[in-house]
Structure formats: C-alpha cells, structure tokens
Design a protein around this ligand. Structure first.
Ligand code: DAH
Length: 327
C-alpha cells in the first residue's frame, strides 16, 4: 500500500480526508485488520505485523505532515496580517479612536458655548486633588485602594477637578471652563481601566448670577446633543466639592426607558455628577462673593454607551482590526 497521499496533502482538510481513508473505522487499513481472521494462523501473524508497522508509519507521517501544514498556515497568516508602517499610504488606514471621537464631541459642544479649555498636570499634589476640593484628610476617596501614590506623597490625579482649583487660583472670576484629560485609579474590569478620561466643567460668577437652574439647562442641552432624544433626570447625591449635588441620568438609550439588562431594568443610565460649588472650595482658592456650578463626567462611559462597547479594556489594546470598525 502507498502512503504517498499523506505527503501530497495540500491542506489540513485534505490531510484529514486521507487519514479517514486509511485509518478511519471503514478505512483501508482498518478493513485489512478485519480481514485477518480469514487467514491461516501463520499468515495472520505475518500480515498482522506488517499491518501494525504500516499503521505506525501512517500515523507518524500524518503527524509530521500536520505539523508542517500548521506551520505553513501560521506563516501565511503572519504574512497577510503584517503591516509595513514605513510604507507611504495617502489614504490613512486608521480611524479616530472612539474615546478621542467622544472627547472631541464633548469639548466641541462646550467650546461653542464659550467655555475655555484648561489643563493641569497628571502628577498632582494632595492639596489640588483632595484638600482644596473639600476632601479632608480622612476622606475614603483618598484610600490607597483608589489612588496611585508616589513615595514623596504626590499622586496621579484621580479626577480632573484639581484643574478647577488651579484655574481659580490663577484667574479672577468670571470663569467658564472645562478641563478634559486623563485620570488614574486603581481599577481594572469590564468597565474600568486604570487610566481613563474625564471632562470637568466649572462656571463661576458674581454671587447670585449662577444657579442650579443654569446648570440644569446646560446639562440637559448637552445630553440631548450627545445622546439624541432622551429624558434627563437629576437625582440628589453627594460630592464633597458641591452642595447641593446631583447625579444625572438619561433614559436608557437601549430600551427607551422600558428597562433592559444594560440599565439594570431601571430604564435609566447614570452619566454624570454635578452641583453648586461648595463654599469651602471658594474659601480654599480665596474667592469671595461668588457663586458657581460644576460638573464632571467620564468620557469612557459616554464612548461605551454611544458605540455599544461592552469591554472597555479592548479600547486600549491597540488592535487595528477593532479600530477599523469605527471608521
Ligand atoms: N470629580 C468627580 C469624580 O471624579 C466628578 C464630579 C462630580 C465633578 C461632581 C464635579 C462635580 O465637578 O460637581 O467622580
């Protein structure tokens, strides 16, 4: 019998067909084993030995061929997925990253309403990140669980709120600002990455000129701009730097507020935090006779909702095949 079919197989599928033809239940070799019983004792021994050797040989050749074909397949795959980054390509192959895209939309909205864009350092100190924001020494948000600390006591900012403090300390009111940027927390799961992005907003003017009503109007307008025809709900909450504080929900964009898995059957999705600036914050920056409102939101949360992303971690793996879906 001829085992050359094994050598000639061009693909893993072909190899499998050959294997079945030789060694499958009804295969040629198996058939020959069954015919042994028709032979004389002496011949049976001889033929059985030959058959066993043939079977061994066939198994060995198949394993060898399989390895060869698998290696070839892998090589072809690597070759076809190779990206030569030095090639000039007049048509860019990439896409705007969904987080960048969402950030741009948010920043665009507020700059059109005359908000200035302020930035601050990623490595912050305790004063700007916590103390001046009315987060006293014993506050649980300072927990090592959440904050990345350096040996000298400085830290990676846990929110973009310290930029409020920095801006107020270098400018006089009125202030109308947002601060977009990266923030850091010790968190890693389906919806959290240790680095993520926030946009903070702050409006400060003479006492009595800025109210919760202004805050409500601007955030409603903003959320309808971002999510389309949604209902907006303000829910009483607590933040150390605002009083009163609220969390803001939109009607679930997946079920139109009926209730589904994404909104935990509540019909609502929480999207940001806000409030009227706490007097202690103004005291910390030396402002007097002013009033203001502030808000803060997570860009990743917005991007996940807008793009139906369910594993945030995939956003930071840099896989071009994933990103191309967002073209
Ligand atoms: N800094 C808050 C956070 O990181 C977000 C926030 C909530 C900012 C309410 C605000 C605000 O300015 O008023 O979760």
């Amino acid at each position: 019998m001829d085992l050359s079919d094994i050598k000639n197989a061009l693909s893993l599928e072909e190899l499998e067909t050959v294997r079945v033809k030789l060694l499958g239940k009804k295969g040629i070799i198996s058939q020959k084993f069954k015919e042994l019983k028709n032979l004389s004792e002496e011949e049976r021994k001889k033929v059985a030995k030959e058959l066993n050797e043939l079977k061994e040989k066939a198994l060995e050749l198949i394993a060898q061929k399989r390895k060869e074909l698998e290696e070839k397949l892998l090589e072809e795959k690597l070759k076809s997925e190779r990206i030569d980054v030095t090639l000039f390509n007049p048509k860019p192959t990439g896409a705007i990253h969904p987080i960048t895209d969402t950030m741009n939309k948010i920043v665009d909205f507020f700059t059109k309403l005359n908000f200035s864009v302020e930035t601050g350092p990623l490595v912050e100190d305790d004063f700007h990140n916590f103390e001046a924001l009315n987060l006293p020494k014993y506050h649980p948000a300072r927990d090592m669980q959440d904050t990345f600390y350096f040996k000298d006591g400085s830290l990676l900012r846990t929110h973009t709120s310290p930029v409020q403090i920095r801006t107020m300390m270098k400018q006089k009111p009125p202030i109308r600002m947002i601060s977009p940027g990266a923030v850091f927390r010790r968190d890693y799961d389906l919806t959290h990455t240790p680095m993520f992005h926030q946009v903070e907003g702050l409006v400060v003017d003479e006492k009595g000129k800025v109210s919760f009503a202004n805050l409500k109007f601007i955030l409603e307008t903003f959320l309808i701009h971002m999510f389309g025809d949604v209902k907006v709900r303000f829910r009483p909450s607590f933040f150390p730097f605002t009083e009163p504080s609220a969390e803001v929900d939109i009607s679930c964009i997946f079920c139109n507020g009926v209730g589904c898995r994404v909104c935990s059957h509540t019909g609502w999705l929480e999207v940001l935090g806000c409030g009227v600036v706490d007097p202690n914050v103004f005291k910390a920056v030396g402002y007097e006779n002013v009033s203001g409102y502030a808000f803060g939101l997570g860009v990743e949360r917005f991007a996940m909702l807008l793009n139906k992303i369910n594993d945030l971690r995939s956003m930071y793996e840099g896989d071009i095949r994933l990103m191309e879906q967002f073209k």
